[in-house]
Design a protein around this ligand. Structure first.
Ligand code: HEC
Ligand code: HEC
Length: 460
């Protein structure tokens, strides 16, 4: 029965054949035995391939416990036209409504284990292994353009495409708003960046962009046997995840937490608007784009493991030239236009009545503006949402799940373009974010108020 449900959902989600096959696999999970000593690459690959179906089946079962993954596009669309997914996708205990849940105190929710599982931290498909994982449409287009293969033999990306950002996304430049979207509908890679940008950037910026699309060796994608790609690979590029300076939802594990089961899954944030921000990384709070660029190369690419970095071929970037050039280009990336916002970031008279009610809630009863302030809707600070008020610590698919601690206030400009939401992508739609904050901030908004707030978030 369960297997039938899994296959139906997978078919609806248009997932790859391999995932469909894994959906029919037995859902009883048996932890794999430790790897034998002195495995060859071929043996290691065969072992991981054999273990893949049960990890993918376990992850899918977890996603289905948490979410409704169906494709339910609405009338609103992202900047280049991909429909925004509607509804609240987090599943609720069957005997409760969202309004009833919101009437309970955090203690009551915790005592009766009523906090929705989808609001808890989301594990990586193979948490103890971790590593960079790319959606299939990215793998295909990168390979088509550049011949590089970002496929891992041990894992597939877990969330269905319709719940991810549009691909390829638009690019707006802070320096040339008159140009509009400069992507020309293309994925920017080593093979077309020069043709697309040679007339729009100076040579220093072009060099920065070249480095952002250039592959560098990394933990799973490199030239030695300790890798997760079938063939040796040159590595990954910054823009394989921060695609066109935005995001494709690619995921990995945060590099600097140990032990492994405590590491957070992290979803790629957009680089749009980094010029207007002061903190970088959901938890690390690095103080400049330069610091983060260097950190990605020296630490994140190798899971913070400097021994492996030396072996796999870390490419230390020169701070004064390369890092500086890359950071300068990142700072050119702007949010998409928001025609209904004025110079102060407030709604113009073009906004609908619902959007205006939503803005009033955002600044009033819903208190969003306390943290999402200013014209970019961020206080450039971090906050601890204290989720441990709502649930007891547990282990989900090998990940220890508890409160998140302090996390950066991500900006809300252009927010409809970057699902899924929160640092780990645990919330699938903007509707989910409203139910989440309604609970976390104990707001007790009515259904009408939530609808107005959603209408407002869609114009930011
Ligand atoms: C696996 C895909 C991936 C690749 C490749 C990647 N990043 Fe990131 N990037 C992320 C994730 C995930 C985060 C969030 C980190 C966190 O929350 O701690 C991030 C965060 C950032 C941030 C901070 C953004 C913010 O809003 O706080 C910057 C800047 C950045 N990356 C730049 C780069 C550069 C430059 C490169 C290439 C050297 C690069 N990234 C390569 C996934 C990636
Ligand atoms: C106490 C400060 C605070 C308040 C108040 C607050 N937020 Fe947030 N918001 C955050 C933080 C911190 C994050 C990032 C959390 C994470 O990634 O785990 C966030 C993330 C979000 C995101 C997802 C951003 C992304 O890029 O994934 C949305 C959407 C959002 N908030 C909407 C709201 C709305 C709507 C309200 C009002 C109902 C609100 N927030 C109130 C601090 C706050």
């Amino acid at each position: 029965m369960k297997a039938v449900v899994l296959v139906t959902v997978l078919a609806a989600c248009g997932s790859s054949e391999r995932q469909t096959a894994s959906g029919t696999a037995p859902t009883e999970f048996e932890p794999p035995p430790p790897p034998p000593p002195d495995e060859t690459f071929e043996q290691m690959k065969a072992r991981f391939e054999a273990e893949k179906p049960q990890f993918m089946a376990r992850q899918l079962a977890e996603l289905l416990l948490r979410y409704d993954l169906e494709d339910q596009p609405g009338t609103e669309s992202m900047t280049r036209g991909k429909p925004v997914q509607t509804g609240v996708r987090t599943k609720l205990r069957e005997d409760l409504t969202w309004d009833q849940l919101a009437m309970m105190s955090p203690d009551e929710i915790k005592a009766s284990d009523a906090f929705p599982r989808g609001f808890m931290p989301l594990p990586h498909p193979r948490h103890l292994e971790g590593g960079m994982l790319f959606p299939r449409f990215v793998i295909e287009e990168v390979e088509r353009q550049t011949g590089r293969d970002l496929e891992r033999f041990d894992l597939d990306f877990d969330l269905p495409d319709h719940l991810l950002p549009e691909f390829p996304p638009a690019i707006f430049l802070t320096t040339r708003p008159d140009l509009g979207d400069v992507s020309q509908g293309q994925l920017v890679t080593t093979h077309n960046f020069h043709a697309l940008f040679k007339d729009k950037l100076n040579s220093k910026q072009l060099d920065g962009l070249r480095l952002l699309v250039l592959p560098f060796a990394q933990q799973q994608f490199n030239l030695i046997d300790d890798r997760r790609s079938a063939e040796p690979q040159l590595g990954v590029a910054c823009f394989d995840c921060h695609i066109n300076g935005h995001t494709n939802g690619a995921t990995h594990l945060v590099g600097d937490i140990r032990p492994q089961e405590h590491r957070n899954r992290i979803e790629t944030p957009s680089l749009r608007g980094v010029a207007f921000q002061e903190l970088f990384g959901s938890q690390r709070a690095l103080m400049s784009v330069e610091d983060f660029t260097e950190f990605e190369q020296r630490a994140a690419y190798f899971d913070g493991d400097i021994d492996k970095a030396a072996l796999k071929g870390m490419n230390p970037l020169d701070r004064a030239s390369q890092v500086q050039h890359m950071a300068e280009v990142q700072r050119l990336l702007d949010f998409p236009p928001a025609p209904k916002l004025d110079v102060l970031g407030r709604l113009t008279t073009a906004a609908s009545a619902a959007e205006q009610r939503g803005e009033a809630l955002f600044h009033g009863k819903a208190r969003c503006v306390t943290c999402h302030s200013g014209v970019h809707f961020t206080d450039n600070d971090s906050h601890d949402l204290q989720l441990e008020r709502f649930f007891t610590e547990r282990v989900i698919n090998d990940m220890v799940v508890n409160g998140d601690g302090s996390i950066k206030t991500f900006p809300l400009r252009g927010i409809k373009d970057s699902p899924p939401y929160l640092h780990d992508g645990r919330l699938l739609t903007l509707g989910d974010t409203i139910e989440f904050f309604n609970l976390v901030l104990e707001l007790r908004l009515s259904q009408d108020e939530k609808a107005d707030l959603l209408a407002y978030l869609l114009v930011l």
